[in-house]
Design a protein around this ligand. Structure first.
Ligand SMILES: C[S@@+](CC[C@H](N)C(=O)[O-])C[C@H]1O[C@@H](n2cnc3c(N)ncnc32)[C@H](O)[C@@H]1O
Ligand SMILES: *[C@@H]1O[C@H](CO)[C@@H](O)[C@H](O)[C@H]1NC(C)=O
Ligand SMILES: *[C@@H]1O[C@H](CO)[C@@H](O)[C@H](O)[C@H]1NC(C)=O
Ligand code: SF4
Length: 454
């Protein structure tokens, strides 16, 4: 097991960030650094965002393979207690002093009672500081029931709504087996925008069965008439084990080809740009700077605490003397998760220590999703000893990406060009290969083991 494993550091390195294992191979890289640790580092270590997973849905959408269960019994009091208890346990474990955002996702968190949301937020503020006006997002399924509760969610402390519209075509909503109509969706957006003007996001999917470039165009334009200042556009993935997967396999349903979905993506980028939306991430667009701070915290490699069945987290368990960031996953099945929380205070199923190499890989993969990419300052926080030019500047393959204009490496940092962002999946392997060359893989014996921090 990885539990309690010591953090490793390379010999000769006297000053490492407490949270990370520095095991850089080439020793001479160390000379360029000393004393350059960011002043904000301490403060960042003591902050995290919180993700809370509500695992229940009314029914199964045909394309969805998220961790969700169709609710039967009325166990919602136990659920509330367990979410509160796990929030407390994990906040104490992380010793985070300030929470930077909270996100209620699912599943269908708009099925939860507003008092549950309020109770969880109370637990957060009891065990960490929540500055006023911190972003608190709730995902909403735009059903009449969901809409009727928006006001109560708002009074419970939610100040941002993310509405899962998916499509504005009623026929398509039926195919997707959604639990609402497009009319329901429009009413929900309206009510949410009334409560939280400038803080409502809409999720749409493209590459859906039967969809054409023309229908996507007009759907987007219709959406732009009613939406608030944030849009998330996801390309529909046909996931194994879903109803949609079976339908596509058997030929009952067809989805547009890659060339068509690529065109849909490009059209969307253009149309949204014309309407004053700025793309700040592969799938995300905002107007008036109404970006999602919670999701930005993932892309910037910040700490987050995942509460609830199947939730993921990334944080340093300072509370038990940990000095290394861990990737944590909570038990998937709600009933099992609840039993564990009642017994142990948490339902953490898996913990993996992220040593510097793994951490840097995540920082790269997440950071490159942002249009502004990875700034030198951002990179330095995780790789204080090897700068971006050192890692990527000398590789012939990376040179190729730079020369073809897909990638940019300059005084700001490393990022995709406008064209390059579309090709991110094909660019990342080349970049990851460079990281492999520089940061040591996990090999227990190749360095002297020394415990740092604690
Ligand atoms: C998992 S849902 C949870 C929120 C809410 N239950 C809903 O359905 O709107 C979050 C978002 O993930 C996206 N999503 C889910 N399954 C997807 C898939 N197979 N391909 C692409 N996007 C997907 C949808 O856009 C959805 O709004
Ligand atoms: C959940 O519990 C609350 C009380 O905590 C109750 O008011 C509400 O009706 C319950 N919701 C469901 C869906 O059973
Ligand atoms: C933001 O993060 C939440 C929680 O992990 C996720 O469910 C959601 O899809 C993300 N939204 C965006 C805008 O990327
Ligand atoms: S898409 Fe949303 S509502 Fe549909 S099954 Fe998945 S989590 Fe539930």
């Amino acid at each position: 097991m990885l539990f309690g494993m010591l953090c490793l550091t390379s010999p000769g390195l006297t000053r490492a960030l407490p949270a990370y294992n520095v095991r850089v191979l080439a020793g001479h890289f160390f000379s360029s650094i000393a004393g350059s640790v960011d002043l904000n580092e301490d403060a960042l270590q003591r902050t995290a965002s919180v993700y809370v997973h509500w695992p229940y849905c009314l029914r199964r959408c045909s394309y969805c393979n998220f961790n969700k269960y169709i609710s039967r019994s009325n166990n919602n009091d136990t659920m509330t207690e367990c979410l509160q208890r796990e929030t407390q346990t994990l906040l104490q474990l992380s010793q985070v002093s300030s929470v930077t955002s909270v996100f209620f996702g699912g599943g269908t968190p708009s099925l939860a009672h507003p008092s549950t949301i309020e109770a969880v937020l109370n637990s957060v503020s009891k065990h960490a500081h929540i500055p006023q006006n911190v972003e608190v997002t709730l995902e909403v399924n735009p059903t009449p029931l969901g809409r009727s509760k928006l006001k109560d969610f708002y009074h419970a402390g939610v100040n941002r709504f993310s509405v899962g519209v998916q499509s504005l075509s009623d026929d398509d909503l039926v195919i997707l087996e959604r639990d609402h109509s497009s009319h329901d969706a429009l009413c929900t957006i309206e009510e949410a925008s009334r409560l939280c003007p400038g803080r409502v996001s809409v999720d749409l999917m493209f590459g859906r069965p039967r969809q054409t470039i023309q229908s996507w165009d007009s759907e987007l334009k219709e959406m732009l008439q009613v939406c608030d200042d944030h849009l998330s556009l996801y390309q529909l993935t046909v996931e194994r084990g879903t109803q949609l997967f079976k339908q596509v396999q058997s030929g009952k349903v067809t989805v547009p080809g890659d060339d068509v979905t690529a065109e849909m993506y490009q059209r969307a980028r253009e149309i949204l740009h014309q309407h004053g939306f700025c793309q700040y991430e592969v799938s995300n667009f905002a107007r008036h700077n109404a970006v999602s701070h919670h999701n930005l915290s993932y892309w910037k490699g910040r700490q987050y605490i995942g509460v609830g069945p199947g939730a993921h987290g990334r944080f340093v368990p300072l509370g038990e003397g940990g000095d290394c960031r861990e990737a944590r996953t909570q038990t998937l099945e709600p009933e099992v998760w609840m039993c564990e929380v009642q017994k142990k205070g948490h339902g953490t199923r898996r913990r993996i220590q992220l040593h510097q190499r793994e951490l840097i890989e995540e920082v790269l993969v997440m950071g490159m999703r942002m249009t502004k990419g990875i700034t030198h300052r951002h990179w330095q926080r995780f790789s204080p000893h090897v700068n971006l030019h050192r890692v990527f500047g000398t590789s012939l393959d990376v040179q190729g990406l730079l020369q073809s204009g897909k990638l940019i490496l300059d005084e700001r940092g490393l990022r995709c060009s406008y064209e390059g962002l579309t090709l991110l999946d094909s660019i990342l392997p080349t970049l990851l290969l460079e990281i492999e060359q520089i940061y040591a893989p996990k090999q227990k014996d190749s360095f002297k083991v020394r415990k740092i921090g604690s």
